[in-house]
Design a protein around this ligand. Structure first.
Ligand code: G1P
Length: 312
């Protein structure tokens, strides 16, 4: 069955960015001059998705506003002859059919995915965790869809990580099928030291059978007391084949403050309009001796930012 729908999970607290995310959804943080979420919507459209389901939550209305029309702003841009900007402003409104479901209680990633059950029905769908961005975005998802059709199963995007990093991800136990394709025979969410079945980590793209919803409904709270998607996939694979696609190219993790800043810098220095000037400025900053004027807001303890990176 053709994949026509995508679910983008945008319902988390954004705790790694507090206090910033107290009134601003993490998914609306900028990457250059677009919000993070737009990159996932664009990626979904590029793969032929016809309906995007955004799982949202309390305090996230700015997401709906962003993908909606803003007539006063449009009129102002039109009257002042700023047609290029007008086009950019209209783009998110026209790019996709988007509908919203709310996760009423934040009980974990699996619980958020389950909120989309009614809208997805019994069709296969793509699941996006919008924190994760890929360099070869269309290619990763297209290859996953092809694998899903060829092997008649669900497919997760995976990439090898270092031993120190396995505790930040869902990790698969793989069985070789073909070049960069594995059948998944087990999964563990954020395994502790020495417990990891491999170093292949799930990165935020999934092509899933709707059967996952039944599995989610029967999944008890797992790690951190949350309903984990990884646990539901573990029971799904007992009666439905689940594969992993080991994708090539860089992946950007915008889900932590250092990761988001690193992604922003990478995108910015590679942007043809602002990149060259920015590179010069960064070189100048690195060679200047002036100290930091605006230190980070500290969390509960010193080194909170480092802790957040480690926990992801
Ligand atoms: C989630 C998933 C995890 C996956 C990761 C990818 O974890 O639970 O299995 O490896 O996304 O980014 P989170 O980052 O929400 O803690």
């Amino acid at each position: 069955m053709k994949v026509r729908k995508a679910v983008i999970v945008a319902a988390g607290w954004g705790t790694r960015f507090l206090p910033l995310t107290k009134s601003q959804p993490k998914e609306m943080l900028p990457l250059l001059n677009k919000p993070l979420l737009q990159y996932s919507v664009e990626e979904a459209i590029a793969c032929g998705v016809e309906l995007v389901v955004i799982v949202s939550a309390k305090g996230k209305r700015s997401i709906e506003d962003y993908f909606d029309r803003h007539f006063e702003l449009e009129r102002m841009l039109e009257h002042s002859g700023q047609t290029r900007l007008l086009k950019e402003v209209l783009l998110p409104c026209d790019m996709a059919d988007i509908c919203y479901v709310r996760q009423k209680e934040q009980l974990g990633l699996g619980h958020a995915v389950l909120a989309a059950k009614r809208v997805i029905g019994d069709e296969p769908f793509i699941l996006f965790l919008p924190d994760d961005l890929f360099q070869q975005k269309e290619k990763v998802l297209q290859n996953m869809i092809t694998i899903s059709e060829q092997y008649r199963g669900s497919v997760l995007a995976v990439q090898a990580v270092s031993e120190a990093e396995v505790s930040r991800y869902g990790i698969i136990a793989p069985e070789y099928v073909a070049e960069r394709v594995h059948r998944i025979v087990g999964l563990t969410e954020k395994p502790g030291a020495g417990e990891s079945p491999s170093n292949l980590a799930i990165m935020g793209r999934y092509v899933l059978s709707a059967e996952v919803f039944d599995a989610l409904e029967n999944t008890p709270p797992g790690r951190n007391g949350e309903i984990q998607l990884t646990d539901a996939l573990q029971s799904l694979l007992l009666h439905h084949p689940v594969y992993a696609y080991e994708f090539a190219g860089d992946r950007y993790d915008t889900g932590s403050l250092p990761g988001w800043i690193e992604t922003m810098v990478t995108f910015a220095i590679n942007d043809p309009r602002i990149g060259p000037g920015l590179r010069e400025r960064i070189t100048a900053i690195l060679s200047s001796s002036s100290g930091m004027k605006y230190p980070l807001v500290d969390g509960e303890q010193d080194g909170n930012v480092v802790m957040m990176t480690e926990r992801r």
